[in-house]
Design a protein around this ligand. Structure first.
Ligand code: SAM
Length: 239
């Protein structure tokens, strides 16, 4: 997969994309090419303004600045022309479809994502209309200062699903919200020591009986979901 990010602050991504799983996923190994490549584009590099401006005050008045159409339009055109793979265009926006695991799983099947991160008051509406089809994606019903953190959340959630991104691909199975777990919450996890501050690990997990362990985990997953997120079970039962 190729992921392009268009942002005014590419440096914000260096720490996240250069660390741990996201870094490893973009590193070639002897036995396989990297599951993902990241390309960061500074929208400012595409402005035709002599002073490098990319934003202006809003028509109609009001606070803040609005990102202008031209630099974004030209940045998207240049980035898309640099690789023949068609890009699924995404604009990170609090007004978009709420990101969930079903959407993450869908995006993980795309050959290429192009993610636009807004800043300031947002982006001139006309360029968003001209860039259709473009999905607006929100990370939740709250507003952060820019699309960079939301883009990083989306990238992390998608990349860890790519085959070969994690040490063991099975790690992403049966996680909370995953399709393979019927969108339920994960079961509780335990590790050594068997007794810690008087609290014991559930004996079934030490029994070696894998059929029993699977059954216990399934029950725990369902009980947790019923208690903490009954809405998930309601959705499933309503199908
Ligand atoms: N004026 C906009 C509104 O009220 O809908 C908010 C603009 S916000 C300060 C600046 C940028 O941050 C947005 O263009 C978007 O890219 C990003 N952003 C903020 N909150 C977000 C969220 N919950 N999900 C995704 N992107 C978000």
């Amino acid at each position: 997969m190729r992921i392009d990010v268009l942002t005014l602050f590419p440096e914000m991504f260096h720490g996240i994309l250069g660390t741990s799983i996201l870094k490893r996923a973009a590193t070639d190994r002897d036995d396989r090419p990297a599951p993902v490549e990241y390309h960061l584009t500074n929208v400012r590099d595409h402005t035709t303004d002599r002073h490098g401006k990319v934003d202006q005050s809003p028509y109609g008045g009001g606070p803040g600045m609005v990102m202008q159409c031209q630099p974004i339009w030209d940045a998207v055109a240049a980035v898309e022309a640099s690789d023949a793979r068609p890009a699924r265009r995404l604009y990170m926006s609090p007004q978009g479809r709420r990101l969930d695991q079903a959407l993450v799983e869908q995006l993980a099947g795309e050959p290429r994502l192009l993610i636009l991160a807004g800043h300031y008051e947002g982006v001139d509406e006309r360029v968003l209309e001209r860039l259709q089809p473009m999905d607006e994606v929100s990370i939740g019903d709250y507003v952060v200062s820019g699309g960079e953190l939301p883009a990083m959340v989306l990238i992390d959630a998608v990349v860890r699903l790519l085959p070969g991104a994690l040490g063991d691909d099975a790690s992403v199975e049966d996680e909370s919200f995953s399709g393979s777990n019927d969108r339920r919450l994960d079961y509780p996890h335990y590790t050594r020591p068997p007794v810690w501050m008087g609290a014991e690990v559930p004996p079934v997990l030490l029994s070696g009986n894998h059929a029993e362990i699977d059954r216990w985990r399934k029950e725990q997953s369902e009980a947790r979901t019923r208690k903490r997120r009954p809405d998930l079970l309601a959705e499933e039962e309503g199908k």
